[in-house]
Design a binder for this molecule. Structure first.
Ligand code: TEU
Ligand code: CA
Length: 538
């Protein structure tokens, strides 16, 4: 929400929406980076960790936001981006001056680059003319990687973390935290030279757990905080090394296995159809393997991913039904659900015709690279961008049907999705059957039923390609979720003994439907139902 009419969302704007968040049932707010930044990667390139991007507000605005949240019983977690800084950060400006200054080893310099490639295209190394050496950047050339093997870097980061925690923030979402430890010697990735990805040499590297345990001992354990690490390509086994209850590292991590379900061999832009059975296989694996040992995150959207209703549902005829169906999944699995702004009203992907309307560096770099290669037509390139571009999620929040979706009095930094007149908060608050009111009901349901928080998990129909049914149990409490993932009528039949007789329907995205557990279940397009052992609801 833009609070001062310059077309850019800001802290004052968010402050004006705290009552909305409270009404919805939100408990914790995670802000993407708001620090000083040249915005090469929308704030994920920080040039000063202790001051804010003036576009977003002042420190007084921040203090007001934090106390506004706390007064309402909500909490705030900040984005901790410490795998890299901006090249405009003081440390890097000094580091690049000479080969032997005190800040040189804050970053990773080599006389010769290895063959790793950057997540944002091109090599992961850039030659810095002044000292004639290359610096490592897993992301853009303006995001040099910090050298975590240098104890001074760790100490500086811990001090900065304490500074924010002493201000009263309630934890951190840790950006690409699984990338902070690189394999010593930075060896070439085997294989195809420059095009090969160096992943195995910097994902879950040799010292990552030691550094996180150190961070816990030095900083986090002294505060009442929650942490969530962004860990690319972790398996459940690896996730437990970060989050296991006895590990003393992180509260939870974001896994990416599900986000890779529609990516072909060439990566995210290489569009691939996905199967309901595969979705369930991945979801079930995480549910089962973390249960009792660590804590899951649940998410289907964020600022890097396309809109979930466009990706896993139907953003046309069944937008409302499928948005609610996905929301039901998100809130009835085990773990902490993360809702990304606008998801709660079923916001959809955008299809801007021209690349000029896009802002995201990953998208723009990939577009340029593809045009230069000349292997795909512009139409094909745009097709991938429409499906997977990060700006799908970044279009302004649709508050009302007023111009610019009520986000700003001015045309915003990124165009508003043209569907804002039909899809907006104002309209949905007034509609008892809206996606928004359904999210609110789901959040409440979760808070009222411990089985939804602590229950175990069993998938009932792993092989079926149309529906997803699972039960969760806590002592004698049961919850059953039945979801139709298709635009057609489907039937789910439970096997004998899979369900108790006493379950009652407590929430559904359609009126009517079987109120008790009957066999078979007849499901309408994208129908979702939640059943509970109502008598013993607690
Ligand atoms: O994302 C890490 C990351 O790997 C993403 O760049 C991901 O590869 C891509 O978005 C998938 O399309 C984090 C932040 O969430 C992202 O916004 C930043 O761009 C990135 O780190 C660098 O800080
Ligand atoms: Ca603004």
């Amino acid at each position: 929400m833009d609070g001062n009419g310059d077309g850019i969302g800001d802290l004052k704007g968010i402050l004006s929406k705290l009552d909305y968040l409270k009404w919805l049932g939100v408990e914790v707010v995670w802000l993407s980076p708001i620090y000083k930044s040249p915005n090469d990667d929308m704030g994920y390139d920080i040039s000063d960790y202790r001051s804010l991007n003036p576009e977003l507000g002042t420190m007084a605005d921040f203090d007001q936001l934090l106390s506004g949240l706390h007064q309402r019983g909500m909490r705030l977690i900040m984005d901790l981006v410490v795998n890299h800084t901006s090249d405009e950060h003081e440390w890097f400006r000094r580091s690049r001056e000479t080969r032997d200054n005190a800040y040189r080893d804050y970053y990773i310099w080599r006389a010769k680059p290895n063959n790793w490639s950057s997540f944002f295209g091109g090599p992961a190394w850039t030659l810095d003319e002044r000292t004639g050496e290359y610096y490592l950047h897993l992301f853009s050339t303006k995001q040099p990687d910090l050298n975590w093997d240098n104890p001074r870097v760790r100490t500086e980061i811990y001090e900065m973390m304490r500074w924010w925690l002493d201000k009263g923030v309630d934890g951190f979402r840790m950006d690409v935290i699984g990338c902070i430890s690189k394999v010593p010697g930075l060896p070439d990735a085997p294989g195809k030279g420059e095009l090969e990805w160096g992943g195995p040499f910097f994902l879950n590297g040799p010292h990552v757990h030691e550094y996180l345990q150190d961070m816990q001992a030095e900083v986090l354990s002294h505060y009442d905080v929650m942490t969530v690490g962004e860990t690319l390509s972790v398996t459940p086994e690896q996730a437990l090394e970060y989050t296991g209850f006895t590990r003393g590292e992180l509260s939870m991590v974001f896994q990416f296995e599900l986000m890779g379900i529609d990516a072909g061999t060439d990566g995210k832009w290489d569009l691939k159809d996905w199967k309901v059975s595969e979705f369930k296989r991945i979801s079930s694996r995480w549910q089962t393997e973390l249960y009792g040992h660590g804590w899951n995150t649940l998410y289907l959207s964020n600022h890097d991913q396309p809109r979930q209703v466009s990706r896993f549902g139907d953003d046309g005829k069944y937008r409302v039904e499928s948005a609610k169906m996905l929301a039901t999944l998100l809130h009835t699995l085990q773990g902490t659900p993360f809702i990304y702004q606008g998801e709660e009203i079923g916001m959809t992907n955008v299809c801007f015709d021209s690349i000029e309307d896009y802002r995201d560096i990953e998208t723009l770099n990939w577009y340029k690279e593809q045009i230069a290669k000349g292997e795909r037509s512009v139409a094909e390139i745009m097709r991938s961008i429409h499906a997977k571009g990060r700006d799908n999620a970044r279009t302004p929040m649709q508050w009302t049907g007023a111009p610019n979706g009520g986000f700003s009095i001015r045309p915003p930094w990124l165009p508003v999705n043209p569907n804002y007149r039909t899809v907006n908060v104002e309209k949905q608050r007034a509609d008892a059957h809206s996606v928004l009111n359904y999210y609110r009901a789901l959040i409440r349901l979760r808070k009222e039923n411990l089985v939804l928080v602590y229950g175990d998990y069993t998938v009932l129909n792993p092989e079926d390609e149309t529906t997803y049914a699972f039960v969760r149990r806590l002592d004698d409490l049961w919850v059953l979720t039945v979801l139709n993932f298709t635009p057609d009528q489907q039937t789910f039949v439970a096997a004998p003994g899979q369900l108790p007789a006493s379950l009652r329907l407590v929430l559904s995205n359609y009126p009517g439907g079987e109120r008790t557990v009957e066999k078979p279940f007849h499901l309408r397009p994208y129908e979702a139902r939640v059943y509970l052992t109502v008598a013993e609801r607690r």
